[in-house]
Write a protein that binds this ligand. Structure first.
Ligand SMILES: [Zn+2]
Length: 409
């Protein structure tokens, strides 16, 4: 059989379906934009041998801020006790960027995500700024419209404006055919417990799909516990300090909702207690290299995993991370925590992310009927008892990505 765009069988040194164990020289058959078969070596003749690479599902970066992609290296992360100094740096940086620069930054960050093999992105966007760029790109995405406002009125106004604008733009983009409805969604992100009105933000999170930064720094815990600490001065200097807005405990943010949409994403969770009372289908998004850059104490993700809590990985933004390579996040975890088995680690950048963002029926694993979203990751020449060791070894080389049955060029 010849390789056509309609029907192709690929092989490589390793195939990682994620839905099952790795297959040495396994074969993946693609029909149109779908996966038609994932089989062991010898089940059928391959049209194309990709060589010394791993074929893995398209990668999922569950948390980034593409609109900060121009900030690489400009705002050095602080130690945990001076986190508000870093926030001041981010605010000052944002004030220097024109809307045109922000759009260029978003496009550059998006291109970087795609180059590294990302096929599903959870992006937090100030005023939904990344919508048009993300919607036009060959990727799946959930774009969370960021909401900020400590006073009840300010948060309410921001939410109403976002709901109105988001709904309108969603309709225009999808009706015009510019955005395939099946690859792109929007949601909202009440930013963080130090920047939103608690009762209003929790009300929103009880209504539908949201992502919130939670338990990121020790100062946030102090603010919520006693309304003191570095955040008070930070918010006073911004002219927005409002003690009446701070009414919830940290774990009060672990709300769920009754809609048929994904449950909330809790981003960072660096300081959440290991026994935090998560509800079913909620997600922790751990950003390993950013966590490391801020010198936080060890992250509780291993305890969460042991308890069956869904954990996926994010790069966070280039204001705190060296690049937007989600596989590099997993490699970082592998190097520092060799006790974490390869299988759940790979799941954190594939299927767990797809489940968290509501795309598991289409993406996140190589399974018959799912979208043909896959990445060919170059492997080192050596052997290893566990093939995950090869995948998570720091190894250079360009990755080739197929999205919906077509190789990205
Ligand atoms: Zn973030």
């Amino acid at each position: 059989m010849t390789a056509t765009r309609g029907h192709r069988t690929l092989t490589a040194r390793w195939v990682f379906p994620v839905a099952g164990p790795p297959l040495a020289r396994g074969v993946v058959t693609v029909e149109g934009d779908r996966i038609a078969a994932v089989e062991p070596h010898g089940a059928r003749t391959a049209d194309e041998d990709l060589g010394n690479v791993a074929i893995v599902p398209g990668l999922v970066n569950a948390h980034t801020h593409l609109d900060l992609s121009g900030a690489r290296g400009l705002i050095p992360p602080t130690d945990p006790d001076h986190f508000t100094d870093w926030l001041r740096g981010v605010i000052a940086y944002r004030r220097t960027r024109t809307p045109e620069q922000v759009q260029a930054d978003i496009r550059a960050g998006l291109a970087e995500c795609l180059r590294f093999g990302t096929t599903l992105i959870g992006d937090i966007a100030s005023e939904g700024a990344s919508w048009d760029a993300v919607a036009a790109a060959p990727t799946r995405a959930v774009v969370f419209w960021e909401l900020i406002g400590l006073s009840e009125e300010r948060f309410q106004a921001a939410t109403e404006q976002a709901v109105f604008t988001a709904g309108l733009r969603w309709r225009v983009l999808t009706d015009s055919g510019a955005v395939p409805r099946e690859t792109w969604r929007f949601a909202f992100s009440p930013h963080a417990p130090y920047s939103v009105n608690h009762s209003k933000a929790l009300e929103l999170a009880r209504r539908g799909f949201t992502a919130v930064h939670l338990a990121e720094s020790p100062g946030e815990l102090e603010l919520l516990a006693t309304k003191t600490g570095p955040f008070v001065e930070f918010l006073e200097d911004l002219g927005v300090w409002n003690p009446e807005a701070i009414t919830a405990k940290l774990t009060d943010f672990l709300v769920s909702h009754k809609n048929d949409t994904p449950q909330p994403l809790f981003v960072h969770c660096n300081y959440l207690p290991p026994d935090a009372p998560f509800k079913p289908h909620q997600t922790v998004v751990y950003c390993p290299r950013t966590h490391g850059a801020f010198l936080h104490p060890p992250h509780p993700f291993r305890e969460f995993l042991k308890r069956g809590v869904r954990v996926c990985l994010g790069t966070d933004s280039l204001a705190s991370n060296p690049d937007l390579d989600i596989l590099a996040e997993a490699r970082f975890v592998h190097a520092r925590h060799p006790d974490v088995p390869g299988e759940p680690l790979l799941k954190m950048i594939t299927l767990a992310g797809a489940e968290a963002l509501g795309f598991a029926a289409e993406a996140g694993s190589l399974e018959v009927g799912k979208s043909a979203d896959l990445v060919a990751v170059p492997l080192p020449d050596r052997d290893a008892a566990d093939p995950h060791e090869l995948l998570f070894a720091d190894h250079p080389g360009d990755r080739r990505t197929m999205f919906r049955g077509e190789w990205r060029v």
